[in-house]
Design a protein. Structure first.
Length: 320
């Protein structure tokens, strides 16, 4: 817009432009909203009563008089937890700090927790109130990001999904990093070997042909074919629970095979044969010993062993 067409604004910052007043008041000047049939003129509208005037007062002014705004919800700042049972427990954590010592030690903490608390809450209590040097990964705390995978009482779990009350509290609750990956400090491991295997199976759609006008259509039946393996959150709980992965660092691992499965059986993908060739290796699907550790460890309930078996069958079918 050229400067000659720019409406001038008065010194008080308000504009005489009707369009600006529409934005300010929510309706065109000289008109009142009628729910039954479009707009009607002010001449046909009833006079504004005192209640409407009061309802249009500035919330700040209402607050200044000590009244609560209409949008305020009457809640307490601190959640009442008096009715929630409490219990005492001992949290035993594996500690490792290479900057101080190469030795591994175990620290125990006596905690009083609530019945609604999870293992992640106990770790937070230790870090925030007792020992700030404790380190561990966590992000969403709702079982979606997969950051807080660790061994809890000898089983790979997400700390944010395990309720303390579901554990045997007569014994110390043991927490340690997942196995098979180098421990960097305390409960944090180096995830690079895990993600390297993930990258090698090409975890992305490879679609040939002409680019579609809108999207690549797929039937519900075709989508259901690989629905289970789309749930992976890359927490490494399955891979680090595999005995083969513990002893053979070159094995792709369950998580990589699961994500390959997700694209191998995608009807829109054209690189399935290439992925099958990658996994048809001595360190690929044939290293699986079907111990079902991966399936039991998966926090998303993916049938990982079944997916690996389907990839094996696909390789055999292609070779025949």
């Amino acid at each position: 817009m050229s400067p000659s067409h720019t409406p001038e604004r008065p010194e008080n910052g308000r504009s005489n432009d009707p369009q600006d007043r529409v934005q300010e008041h929510g309706q065109a000047p000289g008109h009142a909203q009628d729910d039954r049939a479009g707009y009607k003129t002010d001449a046909d509208s009833p006079a504004v009563d005192a209640q409407d005037v009061a309802g249009s007062q500035d919330p700040a002014a209402v607050n200044a008089e000590g009244a609560a705004p209409a949008s305020k919800i009457d809640v307490q700042d601190d959640v009442e937890r008096a009715d929630i049972p409490t219990f005492d427990l001992t949290l035993r954590i594996r500690r490792y700090n290479p900057e101080v010592s190469d030795e591994v030690r175990w620290d125990e903490f006596k905690l009083t927790m609530y019945g609604t608390d999870r293992v992640l809450d106990a770790l937070h209590k230790v870090k925030w109130e007792i020992d700030g040097t404790l380190v561990f990964r966590r992000s969403c705390a709702h079982g979606v990001c997969g950051s807080d995978a660790m061994r809890i009482n000898g089983q790979n779990r997400l700390a944010c999904k395990v309720l303390l009350k579901d554990l045997d509290l007569s014994k110390p609750v043991t927490v340690e990093p997942i196995k098979g990956l180098p421990c960097e400090k305390d409960l944090i491991v180096d995830m690079e070997p895990f993600f390297q295997s993930y990258r090698e199976i090409m975890p992305f759609l490879v679609a040939g042909g002409n680019e579609p006008t809108y999207e690549r259509f797929q039937s519900q039946e075709d989508r259901a074919r690989y629905d289970d393996t789309t749930k992976c959150i890359l927490c490494a709980a399955c891979t680090s629970s595999c005995p083969v992965f513990w002893t053979d660092g070159q094995y792709f691992g369950p998580a990589a095979i699961v994500n390959a499965h997700r694209f191998i059986f995608d009807s829109r993908d054209d690189a399935g044969d290439l992925r099958l060739e990658i996994l048809n290796d001595k360190e690929g699907v044939w290293r699986c010993r079907t111990t079902f550790n991966c399936t039991e460890a998966c926090p998303r309930g993916i049938q990982i062993t079944k997916a690996i078996a389907e990839v094996k069958n696909a390789i055999l079918s292609r070779s025949m």
